[in-house]
Design a binder for this molecule. Structure first.
Ligand code: FES
Length: 68
């Protein structure tokens, strides 16, 4: 698994199929990537809704790789 922390923005997670569970909400998304909020400002958590640009979120970019 590879997480990419976009500079001043969300976390990009690549895959094929994502199962999201938050509280009572469960959703399966079939898409090549999702963008997860790390600024805390999204009204559509856990997904980024672009709010990070409006609030001037700043954080360095980076990568986290999980090795087997
Ligand atoms: S990182 Fe984009 S809305 Fe939070």
């Amino acid at each position: 698994m590879r997480l990419e922390f976009l500079e001043n923005g969300p976390i990009r997670l690549e895959g094929k199929r994502f199962r999201i569970r938050m509280g009572e909400r469960e959703e399966v998304l079939e898409r090549p990537r999702v963008f997860l909020c790390r600024c805390g400002g999204s009204v559509n958590k856990p997904f980024c809704d672009g709010t990070h640009k409006r609030i001037g979120f700043q954080a360095p970019g980076g990568v986290l790789e999980v090795e087997d």
